[in-house]
Design a protein around this ligand. Structure first.
Ligand code: AMP
Length: 228
């Protein structure tokens, strides 16, 4: 089912909560772009652009790229015509200044208030998901060595592409990324809760359960605000 929307969806939650998988699905369902700042940065790194050269060492340490750099990248992408009908943000915003600036940008574009979904999940589930995560080097499909393995080890089920592990999914870097999340991103849940914009899903559940929980949130918002 497709929805008409000029609304931004923000998927909030620690690395490994399943935001990537769910936000890609969700964006397809709503027929709006999947807007992942992490994917954009990885693309810049692999192309060796100025942005990529700046971001690479920061990402390798598991730290956050500076707000002004992120906001410039986000605003440029948001100005493209395919974003006019709405977007699903994945991994953005990550800090309070990013969230505040995003609020101003969305307002100036005539977007409704964002729908924010917090992915709640425990630390041990996160470690297992992150250190077991592999993705297709061709189509980006995500697998988990423990919970959702491919049919053939190291090979994508969809297109036979080689599966690769992100350099920042090594256990020591994962730890740093979780620290950055706790210090810089966790306060956003309160920020959006105070504005009455926060919904939550139990992200420890399986993929289909989380999808159903997201669907229920949409139905409730549609019931309140009309068709999105
Ligand atoms: P992700 O794929 O969302 O986990 O992002 C991978 C890495 O990219 C993060 O660990 C950060 O170094 C960087 N990054 C992605 N999105 C942001 C953001 N919104 N703000 C700052 N850094 C980011």
């Amino acid at each position: 089912m497709e929805m008409a929307t000029n609304r931004a969806f923000i998927f909030l939650g620690p690395p490994g909560a399943g935001k990537g998988t769910q936000s890609k699905r969700f964006a397809r369902r709503c027929a709006v772009p999947h807007f992942s700042t992490g994917d954009m940065l990885r693309d810049a790194v692999s192309r060796g652009t100025e942005l990529g050269r700046l971001a690479r060492p920061i990402m390798e340490r598991g730290e956050l790229v500076p707000d002004d750099v992120i906001m410039k990248m986000v605003e440029e992408r948001l100005a493209e015509p395919d974003c006019a009908g709405g977007v699903v943000f994945d991994g953005f915003p990550r800090t309070l200044p990013q969230a505040e600036q995003l609020g101003r940008v969305l307002e100036s574009k005539g977007f409704g208030k964002p729908v924010v979904v917090d992915f709640e999940v425990s630390l041990d589930v996160l470690m297992r998901r992150l250190t077991g995560r592999w993705s297709c080097s061709v189509c980006g499909a995500i697998y988990n060595a423990y919970d959702a393995p491919p049919k053939v080890r190291g090979t994508c089920d969809h297109d036979g592409g080689k599966l690769v592990q992100r350099p920042d999914d090594r256990p020591d870097v994962v730890k740093e990324r979780l620290v950055a999340y706790e210090r810089q991103t966790m306060p956003l849940a309160d920020y959006y809760r105070r504005q009455g914009l926060l919904d939550a899903v139990d992200a420890s559940a399986g993929m289909e359960d989380v999808s159903r929980a997201l669907e229920a949130i949409i139905k409730r918002i549609e019931g309140r605000d009309g068709r999105l």
